[in-house]
Design a binder for this molecule. Structure first.
Ligand code: UDP
Length: 336
C-alpha cells in the first residue's frame, strides 16, 4: 500500500516486456506514477496497464527521450529495454553493443541532461561468465563469455563513471534465472520462440511442444545437469521498487546487487517439479551441451538482503512453475 505521495514519476524503458511489465505492476502497487517507453519490437502494448502513460519509441532516440523526461517530470529511470538472447549475441555482437551498450549510453546521457537523479539498470549474472566458485558474490571477477554479458557489463561500467561525475546514483541488479509470472495473472513471459527452461517445460506441459531437451548430463553437479538459481519475476520486480526507495533515501550511494535466492535447481529437478505440479510426465530427451553453459550459477544474495528490506515472497520452485503454467494456459486460450 502506498504510504506517502511519491516525489516524482518513474520512466520504465522496456515496460512492455516480460520483466519490465512486472516492474510496472510493482511500481503501481507501491503507489508510483509510471511512464513506459518501449519500441514494441519484443514487447506488447497490452502488457502495459491502461492507467500508465505509454510512449512508443526507442531509448536511443535522444530527442524523444529528452521530451518524455521533461514532459512527465521524470525523477528516476528503470531501464529494462534491450536485447537478451545470448546465442544471438554471439552471432550478431554489434546488435548487442548497439541495442544494449550504445542505446544505454544515449539514454544515460539524456537522463543526465534532464537532471534525472536515479537510474536502475537490468544487469545479469552473465557479467560473471564462468565463476570460479558458487554462490557468486558481487565482488567476484566479471569475465563475460558472450557479447550479451559484455554489453551489460559495459553499461554498468558507464554508470559507475557517470555517477561519479554527475548528481545521479544508480543500482545495477544482476539477475539470475528469471521465471514465473504475476501471481494475479496480469502479465507473464509472452515472447514466441522461448529458450528458457521453465518456459519451455510449461509449454511442453500444455502440449505446445512434444518434449524438452536436456542440454548435457555430464556437468559437475549432483545429477549431471546444469544448476541455476531461478527467481520469481514478481520478487525480482519488487527488488527494483526497494532499490528505487534506497536510491532516493541515499542519493550519494550506488549499488550493484545480485538478484537470486542463493539456491540452485538442476534441469532434472525443474522438470520433476513441472511433472509434480501438472501430474504429467514431460518427455525428456538428452541432447548435447549448449555452448558456454556453466555447470552452476547460484547467487550469493547476502548483499541485497543486508541492503534492502526486500525479502523473497515467491521462492518456492513449485510456485514459480505454477505461475508460469497458469500464464502459459492463458496465452494458449488467447491464441486459440
Ligand atoms: N536447458 C535445458 N533445456 C532447455 C533449455 C535450457 O537443458 O530447453 C538448461 C540449460 O542448459 C541450463 C538451464 O537449463 O543449464 C537454464 O537454461 P536457460 O536457457 O533457462 O537459462 P540460462 O541459464 O542459459 O540463462
Amino acid at each position: 500500500m502506498p504510504d506517502q505521495p511519491k516525489p516524482f514519476t518513474v520512466l520504465v524503458t522496456g515496460g512492455a516486456g516480460y520483466i519490465g511489465s512486472h516492474a510496472v505492476l510493482a511500481l503501481l502497487d507501491a503507489g508510483w506514477r509510471v511512464v513506459v517507453l518501449d519500441n514494441l519490437v519484443t514487447g506488447f502494448r497490452w502488457a502495459v496497464p491502461a492507467e500508465v502513460a505509454f510512449v512508443q519509441g526507442d531509448i536511443a532516440d535522444m530527442d524523444l527521450v529528452g521530451r518524455t523526461l521533461a514532459e512527465h517530470e521524470i525523477g528516476a529511470i528503470l531501464h529494462f529495454a534491450g536485447s537478451i538472447v545470448v546465442p544471438e549475441s554471439v552471432t550478431d555482437p554489434l546488435k548487442y553493443y548497439r541495442n544494449n551498450t550504445a542505446a544505454s549510453r544515449a539514454l544515460i546521457e539524456a537522463a543526465v541532461t534532464a537532471g534525472v537523479r536515479h537510474f536502475i539498470f537490468s544487469s545479469t549474472a552473465a557479467t560473471y561468465g564462468i565463476p570460479d566458485e558458487v554462490p557468486i558474490r558481487e565482488d567476484m571477477p566479471t569475465r563475460p563469455i558472450n557479447p550479451y554479458g559484455m554489453s551489460k557489463l559495459m553499461t554498468e561500467l558507464m554508470l559507475g563513471d557517470v555517477a561519479a561525475a554527475h548528481p545521479l546514483n544508480y543500482c545495477a541488479l544482476r539477475y539470475f534465472n528469471v521465471a514465473g509470472a504475476d501471481p494475479q495473472g496480469r502479465s507473464g513471459q509472452s515472447t514466441a520462440g522461448a529458450t528458457h527452461l521453465i518456459k519451455i517445460a510449461v509449454e511442453a506441459a500444455i502440449g505446445k511442444r512434444g518434449h524438452v531437451g536436456v542440454f548435457g548430463t555430464d556437468y559437475a553437479t549432483p545429477d549431471g545437469t546444469g544448476v541455476r538459481d531461478y527467481i520469481h519475476v514478481s520478487d525480482l520486480a519488487d527488488a527494483h521498487v526497494h532499490a528505487l526507495d534506497h536510491l532516493v533515501a541515499h542519493p550519494r550511494e550506488s549499488l550493484v546487487m545480485n538478484c537470486g535466492y542463493s539456491r540452485g535447481f538442476s534441469v532434472l529437478e525443474v522438470l520433476d517439479t513441472v511433472d509434480r505440479v501438472t501430474n504429467l510426465t514431460i518427455e525428456r530427451r538428452i541432447e548435447p551441451r549448449r555452448a558456454g553453459d556453466p555447470d552452476r550459477l547460484v547467487a550469493d544474495n547476502s548483499r541485497i538482503l543486508a541492503t534492502l528490506p526486500w525479502r523473497p515472497r515467491h521462492a518456492e520452485l513449485e510456485g514459480i512453475v505454477r505461475d508460469a503454467l497458469a500464464w502459459e494456459r492463458k496465452l494458449a486460450e488467447r491464441s486459440a
